[in-house]
Write a protein that binds this ligand. Structure first.
Ligand code: CAO
Length: 405
């Protein structure tokens, strides 16, 4: 039977409101709780439900119309002449004023404004509106290009997959070209790999290259090595580099910060805990040395040995791996001129140390290093200043002498 739906009394002296969206079209089959039009006043957005389940025969209003209480909205061929109340979101005649309680959406999305001329049922439109999805970019597989619920669900799934998963590697039969052997990645490599993948995908990386003259530092380190030759103490460059990095971090706190989960707020940490990348037979580990700015260089020598041994002997605890504020990855004992380390989130910068070399006739000892940073937090100029300052501190033997013990 035919039923006309009229705009109910919106109360509170509201005489006329604008039609923002018409979410049904003639021929649509709708249920009683489906929204048929969305109205917009100065204060709120209001959704008017269908009241009856059935097939829409005619729609009398259009987006942009100004309508008032009693305006005829649609005619519906209703399955029953009763206003049913079983469904969620259902509005009975006595409850119609509740539509005034609908809160305004946070933002007017393209889905709201552009989805008017496309074919989709009210339920699909409502979900798209709630999720801020523009229905114009979804291919409808229903009759005459109508967007079905499956189309919308498929689109949402595809978005989730695209935002989280790396592109799959193509299946290649390498045995076609010669003998092969397969070996599963270690658990550590798989965990590190997925973290590195996420960091590479999510952080806009830039790597800055710089050198430091460590001629005096090398002489000082050798003198210390001689002095401690009777002990087991291992005096490498790394503790000096950690100490210099801690001082630089104190002067450039942005490099010791993290973005909070909203991505809009920087969290400055008043402690300096430096992670050191350790190469183990199962893969890379990054144990954390705490309060590096407060430790002496000799203490740091012991910390590095202790942490790298723990990592290599599989004695590392989750606590040893957490809370870092900056990372140093040193390949100086192995070789290479420069490399581009990947930032270790939630940190925003990482330093890569390469092997020192002797320069020209002067015989100066030069240390090449790299600084990768999250460009959302750190600008290139700040990185250049940080690297220059770090380089300067490495030449400051007075500072190292003061902080040796
Ligand atoms: N230039 C020249 N020589 C260097 C150097 C440098 N930049 N860095 C270290 N060396 C020297 C050391 O001084 C030592 O020589 P001496 O015996 O004469 O003192 C020798 O190389 C070996 O040092 P080491 O590697 O045993 O010790 P370390 O303190 O420098 O490093 C550790 C410790 C744990 C960081 C290192 O063993 C390690 O695992 N490095 C690999 C890190 C890694 O894999 N990074 C890549 C991660 S991917 O981003």
């Amino acid at each position: 039977m035919k039923k006309d739906i009229f705009l109910p009394d919106l109360g509170e002296g509201i005489d006329a409101v604008d039609v923002s969206e018409v979410t049904v079209a003639a021929g649509d089959t709708i249920s009683n709780s489906d929204t048929i039009i969305i109205l917009e006043s100065d204060k709120a957005t209001m959704e008017i439900p269908a009241e009856y389940t059935g097939k829409v025969e005619k729609v009398y209003v259009f987006p942009g119309d100004k309508i008032s209480t009693g305006t005829k909205l649609i005619t519906i061929d209703a399955a029953s002449d009763k206003v049913s109340t079983e469904k969620e979101g259902q509005t009975s005649p006595g409850e119609q004023k509740d539509v005034r309680q609908t809160k305004p959406p946070p933002k007017q999305t393209p889905a709201l404004t552009e989805a008017v001329n496309i074919k989709a049922g009210p339920g699909v439109r409502r979900l798209a509106r709630e999720l801020g999805i523009n229905l114009n970019i979804i291919n409808g597989t229903g009759e005459k290009g109508r967007i079905t619920r499956d189309d919308l669900n498929g689109f949402i799934k595809a978005q989730i997959v695209a935002s989280t998963a790396p592109a799959p590697s193509p299946e290649v039969d390498f045995s076609k070209w010669g003998e092969i052997e397969k070996k599963k990645l270690t658990r550590l490599k798989r965990i590190t790999g997925s973290r590195l993948q996420a960091a590479w995908r999510n952080i806009p990386h830039v790597t800055h290259f710089e050198t430091a003259d460590i001629t005096d530092l090398d002489a000082y380190r050798n003198s210390l090595k001689k002095k401690h030759s009777g002990s087991n103490r291992k005096i490498t460059f790394l503790p000096f580099l950690m100490k210099a990095a801690a001082k630089t971090l104190e002067e450039f706190p942005d490099f010791n910060s993290s973005l909070d989960s909203s991505g809009d707020v920087l969290v400055y940490k008043k402690y300096i805990h430096i992670g050191i990348a350790v190469d183990t037979e199962n893969g890379l580990m990054v144990p954390v040395v705490r309060d590096v700015n407060k430790r002496s260089i000799l203490e740091l020598c012991d910390d590095v040995v202790k942490m790298s041994q723990k990592a290599r002997n599989k004695k590392i605890s989750p606590d040893d791996l957490s809370g870092g504020t900056f990372t140093i990855s040193s390949l100086g004992g192995i070789g290479g001129t420069y490399f581009t380390p990947i930032v270790n989130p939630p940190e925003v910068a990482i330093m890569g140390i390469s092997k020192s070399f002797t320069q020209g006739d002067s015989g100066s000892m030069i240390l090449p290093f790299s600084l990768s940073y999250d460009h959302r937090v750190i600008d290139g100029a700040a990185a250049a200043r940080f690297a220059a300052r770090f380089s300067e501190i490495l030449s400051d033997i007075i500072y190292f002498k003061k902080t040796t013990t």
